[in-house]
Design a protein around this ligand. Structure first.
Ligand code: DAH
Length: 338
C-alpha cells in the first residue's frame, strides 16, 4: 500500500457511489468499504507495516478516504430515504388514473350535424347568415305582404325600428341568392327567434335547417326526391312520407311533408296524437316574386326551398317531453348523450 493506491481508492469510492440507486446497492457499498472487514479498515491495518516516514502522509490520506466514503454513504442514504418518502406520500403509482371529462354534443347540435352530413352527401353546401336581420331579408324579399301577421310584434322580436331577430332561416336564402349566381344548392342551419309564450311545447328560440336549390329546370320532382332521400337516411329506410298542399308566401306551390311516426310506426300514439304522422317541414317551389327581389329572372331559373324545425324532432327522437329541458343546460340531461 502506498499513497498512490489510497488516492486511487478514494476515486473508486466516488465512482462506486455514482452507481448506487437502491437501498440494496447502498448496502453493498457499505459492506465493501465501511464494515470492519471492509476495504477502508483493511487499508488502515496496512498502516502498521508501512515505513515510519510514510506513515504521517499515509495516515492523513487514509483519514481522507474514510471521511469521503462515510460522507458519500450518509449523503446517498439520505437521498434514497427522501426519494422513498416522496414516492410514498407524493406520488402513489397505484392510484387509478384521473379521467379527463370529455364533453358531449348537445342533442340539437348532434341532430343538426347528422342532417348536415346527409345533405352534404347529396351535394349541398352550408351557408350561414346573421341572427340579427332586417325587414327586407326576413319578410319583404320573401314576399310577405306588408300587413302579414308574422310581422306583428306578437311574433317578432324587434331590436329597434329596423333590426329584428330573424324569425326563420329563410332570410339566408335571400343572402345566398344575392351573393352568388345559380346553380345554387345550399343548406342553411341556424337559430331563430319568436316571441311566443314559453311552454313545454314552444320556446322563444329554436333551430331550423333551411334548404335552397336554384338552377335552370329545377322541378318539384327533384324537391320530393331530395326530401324523401333525406327522410330515409335520417329516420330510417322504412319511413313513409306524404306531401300535403300548404301555403308559404315565398313558395308556390307550397307543401308540408309528414313522415310516419317513428315511435309507433304509424299505428297512432300520444306523440303523433293518434294520427300516425308527424309534420317535419315546409317546402315548395321558389315564388317568382322572391327571384325578382334578388334580381334573378323567373323566366330563366326555377328552384325549390324547404325549412324544417330541429328542436321538436330532437325531442321526439330522444323521447324528451319538455322543450325547455333542451336549454336549461342541466348536466343530468346532457350526460345522457355521450
Ligand atoms: N320559413 C318557414 C317557417 O319558419 C319554413 C319554410 C317553409 C321554409 C317552406 C322554406 C319553405 O324554405 O320553402 O315556418
Amino acid at each position: 500500500m502506498n499513497i498512490h493506491s489510497v488516492n486511487e481508492t478514494i476515486e473508486k469510492v466516488k465512482s462506486d457511489i455514482q452507481h448506487v440507486s437502491t437501498a440494496e446497492d447502498l448496502e453493498l457499498f457499505r459492506l465493501k468499504y465501511l464494515v470492519r472487514k471492509g476495504i477502508v479498515q483493511q487499508m488502515f491495518e496496512g498502516l502498521k507495516t508501512a515505513a515510519s516516514e510514510e506513515r504521517p502522509l499515509l495516515g492523513k490520506a487514509l483519514n481522507e478516504l474514510r471521511k469521503t466514503a462515510q460522507q458519500l454513504y450518509d449523503d446517498k442514504k439520505r437521498d434514497l430515504e427522501q426519494l422513498k418518502t416522496t414516492s410514498r406520500e407524493g406520488i402513489d403509482l397505484t392510484i387509478p388514473g384521473r379521467r379527463r371529462p370529455v364533453g358531449t354534443k348537445h342533442p340539437v347540435t348532434q341532430a343538426l350535424d347528422d342532417m348536415t352530413d346527409i345533405f352534404k352527401s347529396m351535394g349541398f353546401a352550408v351557408a350561414l347568415g346573421p341572427e340579427i336581420e332586417d325587414d327586407f331579408h326576413n319578410f319583404e324579399a320573401l314576399n310577405f305582404p306588408p300587413d302579414h301577421p308574422a310581422r306583428d310584434m306578437q311574433d317578432t322580436f324587434f331590436l329597434d325600428k329596423t333590426a329584428l331577430l330573424r324569425t326563420h332561416t329563410s332570410p339566408v336564402q335571400i343572402r345566398v341568392m344575392m351573393n352568388r349566381k345559380p346553380p345554387i344548392r345550399h343548406i342553411m342551419p341556424g337559430r331563430v327567434y319568436r316571441n311566443e309564450a314559453i311552454s313545454a311545447r314552444s320556446y322563444c328560440m329554436f333551430h331550423q335547417l333551411e334548404g335552397l336549390a336554384v338552377d335552370e329546370n329545377i322541378t318539384f320532382a327533384e324537391l320530393k326526391g331530395t326530401l324523401a332521400t333525406f327522410a330515409k337516411k335520417f329516420f330510417g329506410s322504412t319511413v313513409k312520407y306524404v306531401f300535403r298542399p300548404s301555403f308559404f308566401p315565398f313558395t308556390e306551390p307550397s307543401a308540408e311533408m309528414d313522415i310516419s311516426c317513428f315511435l309507433c310506426k304509424g299505428k297512432g300514439c300520444r306523440v303523433c296524437k293518434q294520427t300516425g304522422w308527424l309534420e317535419i317541414l315546409g317546402c315548395g317551389m321558389v315564388d317568382p316574386n322572391v327571384f325578382k327581389a334578388v334580381g334573378y329572372d323567373p323566366e330563366k331559373v326555377t328552384g325549390y326551398a324547404f325549412g324544417m324545425g330541429i328542436d321538436r324532432t330532437t325531442l321526439l327522437l330522444y323521447g324528451i317531453d319538455d322543450i325547455r329541458m333542451l336549454y336549461e343546460n342541466d348536466v343530468r340531461l346532457l350526460n345522457q348523450f355521450t
